[in-house]
Design a protein around this ligand. Structure first.
Ligand code: FPP
Length: 235
């Protein structure tokens, strides 16, 4: 029984922590005969809409898969465009986060990024560290296998390796348990995202491309979550 997470049925029925695999920017652009980077630009607008909506809908945490450990294999100009968009997003939206009590967090290993990006991320994190509202966790140079390996090493250095000691070393250790993963674009894969945390999460695969995602989709996803019965392996 001890491995079964406690289910607190006294809390509101909606999800507290939702994570999103933001997929389909390239296909969105291709359908319009536009360069891929324009799809990513529209993807950032969807990020902005979704963060606002998630806070309005009362989520405690929203985790977004922005750059995976595998994304380095994309063409250099696409990687640098994504870095540019990330920088621009932090510069343009940080004030709004700070005002709206949102705490910014990063999961993944950002040590691989350029020094100016690392500094910017750290400043954004520090500036919002005392905020008590929704946590927006951005997965950057994130891969679940890498995260689990790092967590297992850290747990081993301290003593026993158990599900609990590994969980305590994950990048998400200070976030509420993951309730739901949404993937856009119709692909039905986890792609190395939150595989440990997904053990009991609901999964929702939507046929919408990420740049078209908005508050209505998030609301519908939350409603779908609330309809599903979650038993954590029990009966
Ligand atoms: C997947 O679309 C999307 C990504 C690899 C990057 C997601 C990044 C953003 C939405 C913008 C930056 C994020 C922030 C937080 C500012 P794809 O290119 O794989 O699409 P495709 O499968 O249709 O080609």
């Amino acid at each position: 029984m001890t491995a079964v997470p406690a289910f607190d049925d006294t809390r509101a029925p909606g999800p507290r922590h939702v994570a999103i695999i933001m997929d389909g920017n390239g296909r969105w652009a291709k359908r319009r005969h536009m360069p891929r980077v324009l799809g990513h630009q529209r993807g950032v607008e969807a990020v902005r809409r979704t963060v606002r909506a998630a806070a309005e809908l009362g989520l405690s945490a929203l985790t977004l898969y922005a750059f995976s450990t595998e994304n380095w294999r994309r063409p250099e100009d696409e990687v640098s465009a994504l870095m540019g968009l990330l920088k621009h997003f932090i510069l343009s939206d940080l004030d709004e986060f700070a005002r709206n009590n949102i705490r910014l967090k990063v999961i993944g290993n950002i040590g691989a990024f350029a020094p100016d990006i690392i500094e910017m991320i750290e400043q954004a994190r520090d500036r919002t560290a005392a905020n008590t509202g929704m946590i927006m966790a951005v997965a950057l140079n994130y891969g679940s296998q890498d995260e689990i390996a790092r967590a297992a090493r850290a747990a081993a250095a301290k003593g026993a390796i158990t599900p609990e000691t590994i969980s305590a070393e994950l990048d998400t250790a200070d976030l509420p348990p993951l309730d739901m993963i949404i993937r856009t674009s119709g692909e039905v894969r986890l792609s190395n995202f939150l595989m440990w945390q997904a053990a009991y999460a609901e999964m929702l695969f939507l046929d919408v491309l990420w740049p078209d995602f908005g508050k209505d989709h998030l609301e519908a996803a939350i409603a779908e979550y609330t309809r599903r019965e979650r038993r954590f392996g029990g009966r």
